[in-house]
Write a protein that binds this ligand. Structure first.
Ligand SMILES: *Cc1c(COP(=O)(O)O)cnc(C)c1O
Length: 227
């Protein structure tokens, strides 16, 4: 086993330990929290190493980038790999996204819901919610969530499983905790079970506030290259 994989294995152990401890503190079961390995900007070989260490859920941000890796990874799907789109989806990329991903976590408009449904692929979906006024963030405003949820629930091919959010960046998890709490409240009101929230530096706060899916990149794979 070469050194990169040893590091990944150590990192994975550490992340699992953090998840287990946070779950315990919150009186939850660690098995109820799904670890999604975020592999943006890492090559297909990194996903394969992670797969070999037992990871099955992967998050990718960019349709175009994943298109480049997907041919080298397709054989992992029948073996249980599950690819989540966690970055913004433009309508004109819906076809490609529907072909490669099993879950689209970033549905943020009724229009996109209709467009994805029309592709005919059976997909799990989440609604990405924007809980701050920060301009750069994608996502639906909370007041639009009921209409998007209706569109997804009335669709032919899409299953709505929950909500996803990406709070404004802060080093301090206590700054993001209120966003996690708001997403959990919103999900309760919409009778949605899954909550995709929490990243490398704030997964504990997210789990304490009810996250069912944490999206972890840096803590597993190290720093990403800059664009
Ligand atoms: C990059 C990214 C992550 C992972 O962030 P880390 O801090 O590297 O764990 C999670 N979710 C989304 C939407 C991302 O873009």
């Amino acid at each position: 086993m070469h050194s990169q994989q040893v590091t990944l294995r150590d990192n994975l152990d550490a992340v699992k330990e953090r998840i287990a401890r946070a779950a315990e503190r919150a009186g939850r079961r660690a098995e109820d929290i799904t670890l999604i390995a975020v592999t943006k900007k890492f090559p297909a070989s990194t996903l394969r190493e992670a797969f070999d260490l037992g990871l099955r859920q992967f998050g990718e941000n960019y349709v175009q980038e994943f298109e480049g890796k997907f041919p080298a990874l397709q054989d992992l799907i029948p073996q249980g790999a599950h690819f989540h789109l966690i970055g913004h989806l433009q309508s004109n990329k819906a076809r490609k996204a529907a072909d490669m991903f099993r879950t689209v976590q970033t549905v943020d408009s009724v229009k996109l819901a209709h467009r994805l449904d029309s592709m005919g692929a059976k997909l799990d979906t989440m609604i990405e919610v924007k809980l701050s006024e920060e301009d750069s963030k994608e996502g639906a405003s909370p007041s639009d969530v009921p209409a998007i949820a209706d569109a997804l629930r009335n669709s032919k091919n899409l299953t709505l499983t929950g909500l996803m959010t990406m709070p404004p960046w802060s080093e301090d998890p206590e700054q993001t905790r209120p966003y996690f709490r708001r997403l959990a409240d919103l999900a309760r009101r919409e009778n949605l079970v899954h909550l995709s929230m929490g990243m490398s530096h704030d997964l504990e706060a997210a789990i304490e506030e009810g996250a069912t899916h944490v999206r972890i990149g840096t803590a597993l794979f190290g720093k990403r290259r800059k664009d």
